[in-house]
Design a protein around this ligand. Structure first.
Ligand SMILES: Cc1ncc(COP(=O)(O)O)c(C=O)c1O
Length: 350
C-alpha cells in the first residue's frame, strides 16, 4: 500500500493463476495446458520471423486475421486478435459489457470474470448453476443484460448445444451474448457459424489450449463488424501492438497446420475418456466433460486434502476453495503416461 495508489488499485482483487512451478519432474495437470506441444511448423515460423525483430509488428496482425477468417469462414474484418484470450476478454468487458443492466455469468465459472468487472467498474450478477452444475439458459434471459458464458463451462467442463445458443440469441436480440470458447475444440459445439445471422453474438477463442500455445499468448474474437470495431477502438486506445511478430508468425502456422491440430486434440479426447473411466472406478464422481480437463470429487475424500497429497507426490491439480466446489479437483488431461501415473497415485491415496 502506498499513498500514491489510485482508488481503483486499493479496491482490486487480482486473479490468481494456477501455479507454474520451476521444479523438474512434476506432472503438471493444474492449468489446462496441452501436453503434446505445438506443431513443429510453429517453431519453424517463429525462427524465421526473428529477422523482423528490429521492426514494429503489423498493428492489425493482418496475416493472422486473414488466416483465422479463412479457417472459420468469416471475413477478416469479423476477426479481432489479442494477447491471449484474457486480453480479448478484457477489451470485451470494457467495450461491450459495461451497461446499466448487470452483466450475467454463471456463479461457478472462469474466475477472471469478476476480476475484470472490478477493474472496469461493471455491475454483474452471478446466475447459479443447477444442482447438476449445468447452465440453465432460461435463467439468463433478462431484458438488456449482456450474457457471458464459457462453452464448455470452466471448471465444470460441461458443454451447451449450439442449438441452445442459437435459440438464446434469436429470441433475445437485445441481449449481447459473449461465448468464451477457450475449450471448445475438445468436443463442444462452436457457435461461430451463428455469427453471420446474429449481430448480438461474439465468440472468443484461444490458441493456448487446442493449439498448445499458452506461452505465446494469442487469442481472438469473431463477431459482426460493429462488435469488432468496438474492440479495435479499445485496443487502439491501449496498446497498438498486442501481438509481437513472433506471436503473429507462430499463430498463423498453428492455424494452418490442421493435421497436427486434429491429431493432438483427438489424442486428448481419447485420454480424457480413459481418465474418466479410471477415476470413476476409483469412486470419483466425474462431471461429463467436453473439455481438456475433468472436474471430479471423491465420495469419501475432500478436495483440498487430495490436492495437497498429490502435490507432495509431484502431481499438480487445481483445487478451488469455494462453496459448492471445494470437494472437487480440476484435472487437466495429460499424456497417456501422465494420466496413468495420476491414477496409480490416486489409487494409493484412497
Ligand atoms: C474459460 C477460459 N477463458 C479464457 C482463458 C484465457 O486463456 P488465454 O488467455 O491463455 O487465451 C482461460 C484460461 O485458462 C479459460 O479457462
Amino acid at each position: 500500500m502506498s499513498r500514491f495508489w489510485s482508488s481503483v488499485v486499493h479496491d482490486l482483487s487480482p486473479y490468481v493463476p494456477g501455479e507454474q512451478p520451476k521444479l523438474d519432474g512434476i506432472i503438471k495437470l493444474n492449468t489446462n495446458e496441452n501436453p503434446y506441444g505445438p506443431s513443429p511448423r510453429v517453431l519453424a515460423a517463429i525462427a524465421s520471423a526473428t529477422d523482423r525483430l528490429r521492426l514494429y509488428p503489423d498493428p492489425r496482425a493482418t496475416s493472422l486475421r486473414e488466416t483465422i477468417a479463412a479457417r472459420y469462414d468469416v471475413a477478416p474484418e469479423e476477426v479481432f486478435v489479442g494477447n491471449g484470450s484474457d486480453e480479448v476478454l478484457a477489451h470485451t468487458f470494457q467495450a461491450l459489457l459495461k451497461h446499466d443492466a448487470p452483466l450475467l455469468f454463471p456463479d461457478i465459472t472462469y474466475s477472471f470474470y469478476p476480476v475484470y468487472c472490478g477493474l472496469y467498474g461493471i455491475c454483474y450478477e452471478e446466475v447459479p448453476l443447477d444442482a447438476a452444475m449445468r447452465v440453465q439458459l432460461a435463467d439468463f434471459q433478462r431484458p438488456c443484460s449482456p450474457i457471458l458464458l464459457p462453452n464448455p463451462n470452466a471448471p465444470t467442463g460441461i458443454g451447451l448445444p449450439r442449438e441452445a445458443i442459437a435459440a438464446l440469441v434469436a429470441e433475445h436480440p437485445d441481449q449481447l451474448a459473449v461465448i468464451d470458447e477457450a475449450y471448445v475444440d475438445f468436443g463442444a459445439e462452436s457457435a461461430v457459424s451463428l455469427v453471420a445471422r446474429h449481430d448480438n453474438l461474439l465468440i472468443v477463442q484461444t490458441l493456448s489450449k487446442s493449439r498448445a500455445l499458452a506461452g505465446l499468448r494469442v487469442g481472438f474474437a469473431i463477431g459482426q463488424r460493429p462488435l469488432i470495431e468496438a474492440l479495435e477502438r479499445v485496443k487502439g486506445s491501449f496498446n497498438s501492438y498486442p501481438l509481437d511478430c513472433l506471436a503473429i508468425a507462430g499463430a498463423v502456422a498453428a492455424i494452418e497446420d490442421d493435421a497436427w491440430f486434429q491429431e493432438t486434440r483427438e489424442r486428448i479426447v481419447a485420454n480424457r475418456e480413459a481418465l474418466v473411466r479410471a477415476l470413476s472406478e476409483l469412486g470419483f464422481e466425474v462431471l461429463p466433460s467436453v473439455a481438456n480437463f475433468v472436474f471430479a470429487r471423491h465420495r469419501r475424500h475432500g478436495g483440498a486434502q487430495l490436492a495437497a497429497q498429490l502435490r507432495e507426490r509431484g502431481v499438480l491439480v487445481r483445487h478451488f476453495q469455494k462453496p459448492r466446489i471445494k470437494d472437487f479437483l480440476r484435472i487437466t488431461v495429460g499424456t497417456e503416461d501422465q494420466c496413468s501415473r495420476l491414477i496409480a497415485l490416486a489409487s494409493s491415496l484412497i
